[in-house]
Design a protein around this ligand. Structure first.
Ligand SMILES: [Cu+2]
Length: 195
């Protein structure tokens, strides 16, 4: 041990309880970031920034990444018009992760697709309320029309996938039709762009 460089000896001088405390704090911050993202993009980012500023501990970086993964948009990569965007195809759908809840919200609350794109929605429920995810022509989605693509019974922390190709100009929409949820505002618009 005495032969180790000065810097490492200094690191070892940090008491074990302090390392544990930092690790626990990292977990708390990570959890808070996860929760914050449920309430919107800016919340998620600011919490992530908080985690980053505390820096130094390896676990802190992990927590920050977790916050990013669950943020409204970053998990979904470049969107249409952004650098690096790759349109989804039937053979290789573009994945869009959607968080349902808590409360009667989807995050993101609106998405943009290129006409003809195939999207694989991966919908995860946060919070104790079970949700559904329907996507299709806006009128059919608004009316909860039979035959409109849908996954339902998405319980807490469960993820269900639904793949849909946006062949026309729209308007398209997505919504949750669990009792009372649509009326409470649990819906979003799909914007179709030409390229
Ligand atoms: Cu719902």
């Amino acid at each position: 041990m005495d032969s180790q460089p000065q810097a490492q000896r200094s690191a070892q001088a940090i008491p074990t309880w302090f390392v544990l405390a930092v690790a626990i704090l990292a977990l708390v911050v990570g959890t808070a970031a996860l929760t914050a993202t449920l309430f919107g993009r800016s919340g998620g980012f600011s919490m992530m920034g908080g985690g980053g500023m505390m820096g130094g501990a390896g676990m802190m970086g992990g927590a920050g990444m977790m916050g990013g993964t669950w943020s409204a948009n970053p998990a979904n990569g470049p969107q249409p018009g952004e650098a690096g965007f790759v349109a989804g195809t039937v053979a290789a759908p573009r994945v869009i992760r959607v968080i349902a809840g808590p409360g009667y919200t989807f995050s993101p609350s609106g998405i943009t697709v290129v006409r003809g794109e195939t999207i694989a929605f991966q919908v995860t429920t946060m919070g104790p309320t079970t949700h559904e995810f329907m996507v299709g022509p806006a009128t059919a989605v608004a009316a909860d029309q039979e035959g409109t693509p849908e996954v339902d019974d998405i319980g807490m922390m469960q993820t269900r996938s639904l793949t849909f190709t946006f062949e026309g100009d729209g308007p398209y929409a997505f919504a949750c039709h669990a009792a009372g949820h649509y009326e409470a505002g649990m819906r979003g618009a799909v914007t179709v762009v030409s390229s």
